[in-house]
Design a protein around this ligand. Structure first.
Ligand SMILES: Nc1ncnc2c1ncn2[C@@H]1O[C@H](COP(=O)(O)OP(=O)(O)OP(=O)(O)O)[C@@H](O)[C@H]1O
Ligand SMILES: [Mg+2]
Length: 327
C-alpha cells in the first residue's frame, strides 16, 4: 500500500498555528449557510435513525472549508474520520482494505475524488450503494466474484472539479453540496475569531482590508493574517493597522483585488501574447509554463468569479475590467 494513501496524520504536517485556526465546532464554521443547513439536517437525521449519514459530495475551489466540514461531520456523528487521498489509492485492494476496516457509521473522507483511478472507483459503486464489496478473483474461465459485506458507513467526497467525476460515481452521492467563495463580511468574522485565537489585536479597517484581498477564501485570509501579524509584531505595533496590512500585502505581492503574481501573469500573458484572447487553456498553460490543473483549479475560478476572465466557446478572454486592472 502506498504509504501516502492513508493519511489521517496529513493535517499534523500543517503548522501548529494552522491547526489551531481550524474551526472545531459548527459555531466557529462561518458562512456556507446552505451547505451547513443541509449537513445539519443529514447529521441529525442519521443520529435519530441510529444509522450512517447519507453519502455527500462536497465541491468547490481550494481552501473553502471542505476538509474542515468533513471533520465536523464525523465529530457531530460521534464517529471516526478516515482520510484518504483519491489519487494516492493505487490498487483496488488498497481501497478494499480501507473499507473493510471501517466501523459502523464511520466517515470515509476521500479528498480529490475526481482523480481516483477508474478501476479503483468501480469498487466504490457497490460499496456505496449496497455496503458490499464485489471483488473479481482469478482470470478467464475460473474467474469468479467474491462478495464481502461492509458495515454501513458514510462516504464524504471532496473535489475541486465536480464536472470531472464520472456519472455512476456522482449519482451515488445522495447530497451534492457546492461551496461558494465567501463574502467579505464572513471573512471578516473568521479573521476576528482567528485574531483572538492568535492573541493579536486587529482594528476594523485592517480587518476589512484583509477580507477584501483574500479572494473570498478563508485559507488565504488566514495566511495573510499570519504575515500581517509577523509584520506588526516585528515592528512593535500594539494593534494591527491598515497600514501594516498594506505593507505586508506588498511583501506578499498581493494587489488591490487580492490577485497574486501568478493571477496577474495569466492576465498579462493573455494580453501580450494573445491580444486579449480568446485563447485555449492548453496554449495558455504552455505559454505560462504552468500545469493545467493548477491554472484551472486554483487560479481560474476566482478570475472568472471577479469577471476578469471570461469563458467563451473559443477559449478564455480578458474583460475590460481585467485590462484596466493590469494596465
Ligand atoms: N467556514 C469556515 N469558517 C472558518 N474557517 C474556515 C472555514 N472554512 C475554512 N476555514 C479555514 O480555512 C482553512 C482551509 O480550509 P480547508 O482545509 O477545510 O479547505 P478545503 O476546501 O479542504 O481545501 P482543499 O480543496 O485545498 O483541500 C481551514 O484550516 C480553516 O482554518
Ligand atoms: Mg481539503
Amino acid at each position: 500500500m502506498n504509504e501516502n494513501m492513508l493519511n489521517p496524520e496529513q493535517y499534523s504536517h500543517e503548522p501548529i498555528e494552522e491547526l489551531r485556526l481550524r474551526p472545531s465546532s459548527f459555531n466557529e464554521y462561518i458562512g456556507q449557510r446552505k451547505v451547513v443547513e443541509n449537513i445539519d439536517l443529514m447529521v441529525k437525521s442519521a443520529v435519530k435513525r441510529k444509522s450512517a449519514m447519507d453519502h455527500a459530495l462536497l465541491s468547490g475551489p481550494p481552501g473553502l472549508g471542505k476538509t474542515t466540514l468533513a471533520m465536523l461531520i464525523s465529530k457531530a456523528l460521534g464517529s471516526e474520520l478516515h482520510v484518504v487521498s483519491g489519487p494516492a489509492i493505487e490498487k483496488k485492494g488498497d481501497l478494499a482494505a480501507v473499507l473493510t476496516n471501517l466501523k459502523p457509521r464511520d466517515v470515509l473522507f476521500i479528498d480529490e475524488i475526481h482523480r481516483i483511478h477508474i478501476s479503483v472507483e468501480e469498487i466504490l459503486y457497490s460499496a456505496m450503494e449496497d455496503f458490499r464489496l464485489d471483488i473479481l478473483i482469478g482470470q478467464g474461465a475460473s474467474a469468479r466474484t467474491m462478495q464481502i459485506d461492509l458495515v454501513p458507513f458514510t462516504l464524504v467526497g471532496a473535489t475541486t472539479r465536480s464536472g470531472l467525476l464520472s456519472n455512476p460515481l456522482r449519482d451515488r452521492f445522495m447530497a451534492h453540496l457546492h461551496f461558494d467563495f465567501y463574502q467579505d463580511d464572513e471573512l471578516g468574522t473568521i479573521l476576528n475569531n482567528n485574531a483572538k485565537k492568535m492573541e493579536v489585536s486587529l482594528n476594523q479597517d485592517a480587518n476589512l482590508e484583509i477580507a477584501s484581498r483574500s479572494r473570498g477564501t478563508p485559507r488565504i485570509a488566514n495566511r495573510i493574517l499570519r504575515r500581517v501579524r509577523d509584520y506588526s509584531l516585528v515592528n512593535d505595533h500594539k494593534t494591527i493597522s491598515v497600514d501594516d496590512v498594506k505593507k505586508a500585502l506588498e511583501l506578499l505581492d498581493v494587489d488591490s483585488l487580492g490577485l497574486d503574481s501568478m493571477d496577474r501573469k495569466i492576465l498579462k500573458v493573455i494580453r501580450d501574447y494573445y491580444n486579449g484572447g480568446p485563447v485555449g487553456i492548453e496554449a495558455l498553460c504552455a505559454t505560462l509554463g504552468e500545469d493545467k490543473q493548477t491554472i484551472e483549479e486554483v487560479h481560474e475560478p476566482f478570475l472568472l468569479k471577479e469577471g476578469l476572465l471570461l469563458r467563451t466557446p473559443r477559449g478564455r478572454t480578458l474583460s475590460d475590467k481585467a485590462i484596466d486592472h493590469i494596465n
